[in-house]
Design a protein. Structure first.
Length: 599
């Protein structure tokens, strides 16, 4: 393709001709000679370069309509062919030059310039004539520019860097990508946040580019563009600029303003670039990355061989879509967005606000508890649908939901206080529930917490039991025989499994918080947050011969029907919130659980 400018009535340094080239560049493909003229002017005139980028940003780099235009991918591909043979038509959203254009923050007019910005209509409508005016002779008239293409800006940046045959009087000018602006991000608020650092950032303080590790809780980052990001622990991240989060571990939910278009979240497995979006990125400890779009659109590009520059693999994700990569360089799996998988801005702000009532505090605590690491089952009893006992543990969402409409099921009643619900078990009617498959520990550790109310004593009174007659499972929580003392037995897969019990009879006629914790060597039994018994334990097996969990009774070896003897121990009273953890809770965590929802 020739590099000389074809015969033209225009002088390539003529400002009107340059304005026409800019307008046509953003509206569709240029003729080869015109593209050469545009490149030559941009390479030799700093003011022209400033105006070019300003027009690009002015017209909305990230407008949806033009981003999908195939014209953008075919502008001068032969003319712009790189020495390596790379075809710029394969430029992707993760290309470094595109990112540099996105992050361009310092394109300002010189002091002798003034700019009148036109008001722009909604995407997809014609843009009325706008005027960028300066006192110097250069006048740029942009008429009917279609929504500006981010990919075109990437091509333009590459264009400025690509070699060109020198022309008389116009030696090439080396253009370096704009540096990332320094990170100046405000820590807007924190909820139960604990950092690994001995000098942690505090709400209201500024965060610079440094490795950060959030051990627990949630924080809100406020960016200068108005973009907000909720970080959920455990998390490790850094902020290389005002427009990017590098997420090594944890959850981030971003709500991006129009001024923040191009905001980027980068994980070891992928890069996500915003297009006016509400989206989330999660990185697990084993390397899995999940991307979910709640509103708007993002560009998603997986990493290849530890890099984020594999051109041509980017794709757009829109509302409701998601992608998962099990490990860096692994295959991309299509998923759907789950609104409960991330703590988003409105929920966080509600948590960070003042809760006046005990009920509000209880609801907020339960929402936070549902996201607790290691929580495998959580029946909060806070159900609108009383035909279902819903599992609210985020890590096992969609599993372990339990219908409550059977003939032998307990009935819903008011629980520990108005607004809190519970299940009422009538021993005379032998009411109970059975979860066919109970979540089993994968760590050998196990913790359980449950609120219970006993109306009367029942021999072998059953609260929760993954236990049959001869086939014993992971745990057996209830009252010990006719002594009616609180008791827990663990890991019945072998003889002499751990067994501890309290020495005093269980209280009647009041709500009691019951819990046990086994860390694999010691089992501890708690009542109302206080340890009442302990003894030696062992790692709990994850494949017991009985897999179901009965609530309010003990089953036979089939794991389905109550055992046909007094040992069934049908509970007489109420059972409230139930939580199982695949880890050992600390005494402080047990104490905190026991205090929630108390008057």
């Amino acid at each position: 393709m020739p590099d000389s400018i074809p015969d033209s009535p225009h002088d390539r340094n003529d400002d009107s001709y340059f304005a026409e080239l800019v307008a046509r560049f953003f509206n569709g493909p240029l003729e080869d000679g015109d593209l050469t003229a545009l490149r030559s002017r941009l390479e030799t005139d700093p003011a022209a370069r400033q105006l070019f980028v300003q027009v690009a940003r002015l017209d909305g780099l990230l407008t949806e309509r033009s981003l999908e235009s195939k014209q953008a991918l075919s502008i001068g591909t032969d003319f712009l062919e790189q020495p390596s043979g790379e075809d710029p038509s394969n430029l992707s959203m993760d290309d470094a030059t595109v990112q540099a254009a996105i992050r361009e923050e310092d394109v300002n007019f010189p002091a002798d310039e003034s700019v009148e910005l036109p008001s722009y209509p909604a995407s997809g409508q014609a843009v009325p004539q706008g005027l960028l005016k300066r006192n110097a002779p250069l006048i740029i008239k942009v008429t009917s520019i279609a929504a500006v293409l981010l990919l075109v800006v990437g091509v333009a940046t590459r264009l400025l860097k690509s070699p060109v045959q020198p022309q008389a009087g116009n030696p090439p000018v080396a253009i370096s990508p704009a540096p990332l602006p320094p990170a100046v991000v405000l820590l807007g608020a924190a909820v139960r946040a604990e950092w690994e650092s001995t000098t942690p950032p505090l709400p209201g303080g500024w965060i610079s580019d440094q490795p950060l590790a959030l051990k627990s809780g949630w924080v809100r980052l406020d960016f200068p563009s108005g973009t907000t990001a909720i970080i959920e622990a455990p998390a490790r991240f850094r902020l290389p600029s005002n427009m990017q989060i590098n997420l090594e571990l944890g959850h981030v939910a971003a709500r991006v303003t129009a001024q923040g278009h191009g905001f980027t979240v980068e994980s070891p497995s992928c890069r996500v670039v915003d297009f006016g979006t509400d989206f989330g990125v999660a990185v697990a400890a084993h390397g899995q990355s999940d991307v979910q779009v709640f509103q708007g659109k993002v560009s998603f590009s997986p990493a290849t061989a530890g890099t984020h520059t594999d051109a041509g693999v980017s794709e757009f994700l829109t509302q409701g879509e998601g992608r998962r990569i099990e490990s860096p360089g692994g295959p991309v799996i299509k998923t759907v967005a789950d609104k409960d998988a991330f703590v988003r801005l409105a929920q966080f702000n509600r948590w960070a606000g003042t809760q006046d009532s005990t009920l509000d505090q209880w609801r907020t605590f339960n929402e936070q508890l549902s996201r607790e690491p290691g929580l495998s089952l959580f029946y909060s009893m806070n159900e609108a649908d009383q035909a279902l006992l819903k599992n609210h543990a985020v890590s096992t969402a969609g599993q372990y939901d339990l219908p409550t409409g059977s003939t032998h099921a307990p009935t819903w009643v008011q629980g520990r206080m108005p607004g809190i619900r519970a299940l009422n078990f009538d021993t005379s009617r032998q009411q109970y529930l059975v979860l066919p498959t109970c979540p089993m520990t994968q760590t050998g550790q196990l913790s359980c917490a449950v609120w219970v109310y006993a109306r009367s004593y029942v021999d072998y009174g059953s609260i929760l039991k993954n236990w049959g007659d001869q086939k014993c499972g992971a745990f057996h929580l209830g009252l010990a025989g006719a002594t009616h003392c609180l008791e827990v037995q663990l890991d019945g897969t072998r003889p002499d499994g751990p067994n501890v019990h309290e020495n005093d009879p269980f209280p009647l006629g009041q709500w009691v918080h019951v819990a046990f914790v086994s860390d694999g060597s010691v089992v501890r039994l708690y009542r109302d947050g206080k340890e009442v018994a302990s003894g030696p334990s062992r790692p709990i097996q994850n494949n017991p011969p009985i897999t179901s969990m009965a609530i309010g009774c003990k089953t036979a070896d089939d794991g389905v029907t109550p055992i046909g003897s007094i040992a069934a121990g049908f509970w007489d009273g109420q059972i409230g919130e139930i939580a199982l953890f695949d880890r050992a809770l600390t005494p402080q965590e047990i104490q905190q659980l026991s205090q929630q929802g108390r008057h």
